[in-house]
Unconditional design. Sequence first.
Length: 261
Amino acid sequence: MAGREDLFDQTYFSEIHCNTLRISPTSGLNDKRIGACELKALALRDSTKVADAGAIPYLVALLSADTPSGIQKDAVGVLGILALNNHDNQGKVASAGAIVLLVALLSAGTRPDVQEEAAAALGNLVNNNTCNQGIVGSAGAIPPSVALLSASTPAHAQDMAANLLAELVANHPYNQGKLASASAILPLVRLLSANTPAHVQEQAASALARLVLNNPNNQNKVASAGAIPPLVVLLSASTPVQEMAAKVLAHLLVKNHDNQG
């Protein structure tokens, strides 16, 4: 049994090494396409080993504007997987210069599926990471993320953008202020409406809950934007949208006599 496990590990390490070389700057586009796709599957098995193999700088290089969108998308996807619930990898991805490039991929000129992957990757990078929250917020991620909340954006991209905003403002007063100043509140409130998919409603409610937590100024702004009626309607929705709506309403009422009335 041990021999089989050793052989499996050797094969796995060999695959990581081979595909990391495929995405190196000296490789052709076809090799980069194959390598990025394969690394995505390998990272799902063990994100730490892929990062330790030195793949991150090569992946970051694939985020540049002259990389074909399909390869960009896979590279962004790998970086998002590497950063997911992995504080060490979050730091490595940020230190490799990925944040500015990922923020650039949120812009209107980027293919929608790449925008979605970039928002997801940034959300993973800032999750429970105060340092990265500050860096991503200062790198200008909030305005293009707010733009992705518009009705013309595909639902999955709206979902990822709302999740990114929720992660950016979680226990982060500076980003709470930047988000409120970026005219994000009304678009988030609009996503609470009945014609919005439930998973998008949930992420919008999550962003609002974190935006108003211990922030009286934002509590008043969210209430004035008309959030309370749709939130009350969502109390009769299925879980977890119902739970998130209740959380927003609770945060809106804490030490706020105007909203309580």
